[in-house]
Design a protein around this ligand. Structure first.
Ligand code: UD1
Length: 368
């Protein structure tokens, strides 16, 4: 008999990987069931479906169509739709991941119906309130009952914001990184496979894997031009393979930005890890890929003025840089000679999902 129903809200590419790891653990527990809601924030096949098949994920019970809209429209629509689902399904707890619009909207809908919330990847801060994700993080953390922090820094960020037992009824748990769990499971098998859509571009390991998608880096064509100009110059020295997010593609096409480096459409999770396993360096503005680069022991350049994961910089494995051609070139030359240490297990032991599900179980047994 099902006793506890978890309602999981996902919608953007990195959330598919994260929830795949946790879903596996949920399924191991008797009396637990999971209902997945895909908000539709990411809707292209290469940004969504491919992840479900590669990660062996269950098909979402609900698929909302909220992608391609303004932030407020998207958030409003998700709140309305998740509210209906909550009324129908009566979940015991709502589970959200990361810092996207889907995360925030799901959490608000749950809070307004008095459904407890568990937030995976809580406490991340880069102290830039103009970044849409930072706003999503603040609010989601504040209304969640269980905040699962990837690292000690994440927990400290919340404590510094006043998250103490007497102040805010939220439990803070350092769980480690669910992305590390799924990485460990997938990385071993990808190096033995051939991925025809990417392999032809990878003749040797002397290349840089690159992704750029942050609103602050791409929405202003002048800034994107600065970044691409630096990639074009670096490409003359070492091949740059750029996986182009639809958001970035739109701005490149509209403004006819000249890209000399190799540009490819987004690829699946396995293909990305395969490319990562073969590359020499990573240049990105993705908080997910910068961690995966660390897991794979590749040095990275992170194109954002303030770090998202300062722990990686402290280990000399990544350099943060603002989106200016000259700064990127200078930082790249520093990166090449950086004496990196990949020894610390910053992101846990690869058992974050099991820590999270055990904690949720105990919470529900005591509170539901
Ligand atoms: C979102 C998250 C970001 C996360 C990223 C992962 C927010 C505020 N941002 O950014 O934190 O790092 O996902 O990729 O939630 N688009 C398509 N096809 C798709 C998906 C998007 O064409 O499958 C287009 C949209 O129509 C839109 C643009 O790309 O024009 C941006 O999409 P959106 O979901 O708003 O934000 P991301 O940049 O993907």
């Amino acid at each position: 008999m099902i006793k506890y129903k978890i309602l999981t809200i996902i919608g953007a590419r990195p959330q598919f990987m994260k929830s795949a790891a946790v879903s596996k653990e949920i399924h191991k527990i008797k009396n637990f069931s999971e209902i997945i809601v895909h908000t539709g924030q990411h809707y292209d096949k290469s940004m969504s479906e491919v992840f479900f098949s590669q990660l062996g994920m269950s098909t979402p019970k609900y698929h909302l169509k909220t992608g391609g809209k303004s932030h407020n429209e998207m958030i409003g629509l998700i709140i309305l739709e998740v509210d209906k689902i909550i009324k129908k399904e009566k979940p015991s707890l709502l589970l959200v991941y990361g810092d996207t619009n889907s995360t925030l909207a799901g959490a608000i809908a749950a809070k307004k119906s008095n459904i407890p919330i568990a937030h995976v990847e809580a406490g991340v801060r880069n102290f830039d309130e103009f970044m849409p994700e930072e706003v999503n993080r603040y609010i989601t953390d504040r209304i969640s009952n269980l905040n699962f922090c990837v690292t000690k820094k994440g927990k400290n960020n919340l404590i510094n914001e006043g998250f103490t037992k007497s102040n805010i009824s939220s439990k803070l748990i350092i769980s480690g990184d669910v992305m590390y769990d799924i990485f460990l499971e997938t990385y071993k098998k990808v190096s033995e496979k051939i991925y025809s859509n990417i392999s032809k571009n990878i003749i040797n390991s002397n290349f840089i894997l690159c992704t750029i998608h942050r609103a602050s880096n791409v929405d202003n064509p002048k800034i994107l031009k600065e970044i691409i100009e630096s990639l074009n110059i670096i490409h003359k020295e070492i091949k740059v393979i750029m996986l182009v997010h639809p958001r970035t593609k739109k701005i490149i096409d509209k403004n006819k930005i000249n890209t000399n480096c190799i540009t490819l459409n987004p690829i699946g999770y396995e293909e990305t890890l395969f490319a990562l396993s073969k590359c020499k360096y990573v240049i990105t503005d993705s908080g997910g890929l910068v961690r995966e680069a660390y897991f794979a022991q590749k040095k990275s350049l992170f194109i954002l003025s303030k770090p998202l994961w300062p722990e990686i910089n402290e280990e000399n494995c990544s350099i943060n840089v603002s989106p200016k051609t000259s700064s990127i070139l200078l930082s790249f030359s520093k990166l090449k000679v950086l004496n990196s240490s990949f020894k610390n297990k910053i992101f846990g032991k690869g058992n974050a999902s099991s820590v999270i599900v055990k904690e949720i179980k105990s919470f529900l047994q005591h509170n539901a």
